[in-house]
Design a binder for this molecule. Sequence first.
Ligand SMILES: Nc1ncnc2c1ncn2[C@@H]1O[C@H](COP(=O)(O)OP(=O)(O)OP(=O)(O)O)[C@@H](O)[C@H]1O
Ligand SMILES: [Mg+2]
Length: 330
Amino acid sequence: MRKLAIDLGTSNCTIWSDNEGKSLSEPSVVAIEAESRRVVAAGNEAKKMEGKTSEYLEIIRPIESGAIVDYEAAVGMIKWFLRQVMGLTWIIGPEVMVTVASGLTQVEQRAVMDAVLEAGARKVYLIDTPIAAAIGAKIPIVETFGNMIVNVGGGVTEAAVIASGGVVASRCIRGGSSRLDESIEEYLKKKYALAVGEQSVEAVKIKLGTAVKLKKNEVMTVGGRDLVYGLPKSIEISAEEIFEVVRPMLDEVILVIRETLQMTPPELVADIADRGIVLTGAAAKLRSLPLLLTREIGVSVHLSLEPENCVIKGAAMALENLEIYRRSIK
Ligand SMILES: Nc1ncnc2c1ncn2[C@@H]1O[C@H](COP(=O)(O)OP(=O)(O)OP(=O)(O)O)[C@@H](O)[C@H]1O
Ligand SMILES: [Mg+2]
């Protein structure tokens, strides 16, 4: 039986396969024909259609804040990706490890499991995202020492203290980096009467976004449609402006970490103070985030290697070593 690991993220779906390693990472988007409910595309192809479709086609993001919000579309998307990764062998259902955000309810977790089964898997295991992230970041989670991991994604920000293979304390907020995109979009509309496409907004966030005020301001040009005249227009935007927009979300990340530490037994807090906190998730790549968190929390915080791949790598390692990680798997 083929083995696959799936990170069903709010922004991106990543699949690892025992045959070829990481084999797919595409946006969690699916295009469905309105009348027949047939899936016509998923991932990159579907994302390209976003904002350019007719009434015959619906573009759906079936995952929100780590939870399935459109079951039928989620099944269609997963099925599409499985066929892409497995080719004809998808007929023999694979054994799958799927990551679930730690804040999901039992019902939401069950929906993830059911969707993957319905999409063609034969056997499904679930693993909490922070545990997978920790394994992928090469943290020895089965030891009795306490380790803290903070995973920042597109739709979820979660902090967890892990010891002896289990989550000892965790906090999760349903909100991640895609909220920054929304705030930037809103800001451009209000301040400059400029409507900007999703991809340009994300580019602004990645290029100018920072968690600590820059010593030397940076600017970039962004183009879109003037909301007053309806004509093309471009403006220059600065890192200083974006910093003000980003700030509220940073406060939330700090709060999530503080609250998790407050729930953690003192010995484990001492371990964390010694070892530091590890950041994972693509959104943790926001410039200077480790610096800000180190200052605010008073413990050294560092970005893992390849933060965007930790969760999927960890899920794959758990699947290949079920016996070692059995206490962390549901
Ligand atoms: N260099 C960067 N700086 C800031 N943000 C980034 C950077 N690179 C990617 N991002 C953001 O990271 C988010 C995606 O992160 P990731 O792929 O970890 O999320 P996900 O796993 O799909 O979602 P979740 O785990 O929240 O369900 C997007 O919002 C993207 O804009
Ligand atoms: Mg994620």
